[in-house]
Design a protein around this ligand. Structure first.
Ligand code: 5GP
Length: 199
C-alpha cells in the first residue's frame, strides 16, 4: 500500500462510547477526517446502513477477500463474526487528501499501529467500569443477553491491552472525553512524522 495521510485509531471494549467520540471527531472540519468503513460478516443491527456503518458481506465473500490479500487487517472478533479493514478503503480516503479514522477492536487497532507506527495515533477509550459497561450494553437493547455476556467477557481481556496504546482516554464524562479527543487528534495531525521532518 502506498504511503498516504495519517491514521487515527480509536479502540475500546464495545459499549465504552468510542463510536460517539469517533462520530463527533468526524464532524470537526478542522481535522479533515474520513471514516474507514470496515467489512463485516455479521448481520446489520437496527438502522445500520451498508456502505456507511459497515460493508455487510457474506462469510464466503469475507473469506475470499482474506485469500486475495485485500485486507490491511482482519479479525474474527466473535465466533463467525469477521471484521476487517480493506486496503481499498484506506486508499480511497487518502486519495481525497484526508486522514483516516478507525473505530475498530483492540487487536486490529494495535496491528495498524505496528504496520504504520509513525503515521498512526492509537487511542484507547476506557469505560468507567465493567458494571457500567453492562448497563450501557443493556440500555442499547440491540442484542440478546448471551451476546451481551460475550462482549463483557471480551471487555476484560481488552482492558488489559490499554497500556500498549499511545493514549488512554477515560470516558467518565462525555463532554470532557470529546474535548480531550479533539485536542489529541488536532495536535497529532499538526506534528510532522519523523520521516517528514527529515525530508
Ligand atoms: P460491532 O459488532 O459492535 O459493530 O463491533 C464489534 C467489534 O468489532 C468492535 O470492537 C468494533 O470496533 C470491531 N471492529 C469493527 N470494525 C473492525 C475492523 O475493521 N477490524 C477489526 N479488527 N475490528 C473491527
Amino acid at each position: 500500500m502506498k504511503k498516504g495521510g495519517k491514521l487515527i485509531v480509536f479502540s475500546a471494549p464495545s459499549g465504552s462510547g468510542k463510536t460517539t467520540i469517533v462520530q463527533y471527531l468526524l464532524q470537526q472540519e478542522d481535522l479533515n477526517l474520513d471514516f474507514s468503513v470496515s467489512a463485516t460478516s455479521r448481520d446489520p443491527r437496527g438502522d445500520e446502513v451498508h456502505g456507511e456503518d459497515y460493508y455487510f458481506i457474506s462469510l464466503k465473500d469475507f473469506k475470499q477477500h482474506i485469500k486475495n490479500g485485500d485486507f490491511l487487517e482482519w479479525e474474527e472478533v466473535y465466533r463467525d463474526n469477521f471484521y476487517g479493514t480493506l486496503k481499498s478503503e484506506v486508499e480511497r480516503i487518502w486519495a481525497q487528501g484526508k486522514n483516516v479514522i478507525f473505530d475498530i477492536d483492540v487487536v486490529g487497532g494495535l496491528r495498524i499501529k505496528k504496520k504504520y507506527p509513525e503515521q498512526t495515533l492509537a487511542v484507547f477509550v476506557k469505560p468507567p467500569s465493567i458494571d457500567e459497561l453492562k448497563i450501557r450494553l443493556k440500555k442499547r437493547k440491540t442484542e440478546s443477553d448471551e451476546r451481551i455476556n460475550m462482549r463483557i467477557a471480551k471487555a476484560s481481556v481488552e482492558l488489559a491491552t490499554a497500556p500498549q496504546f499511545d493514549y488512554i482516554i477515560e470516558n467518565n464524562n462525555l463532554k470532557k472525553a470529546l474535548q480531550e479527543s479533539h485536542d489529541l487528534v488536532a495536535d497529532f495531525l499538526q506534528k510532522k512524522t519523523p520521516s517528514e521532518a527529515s525530508e
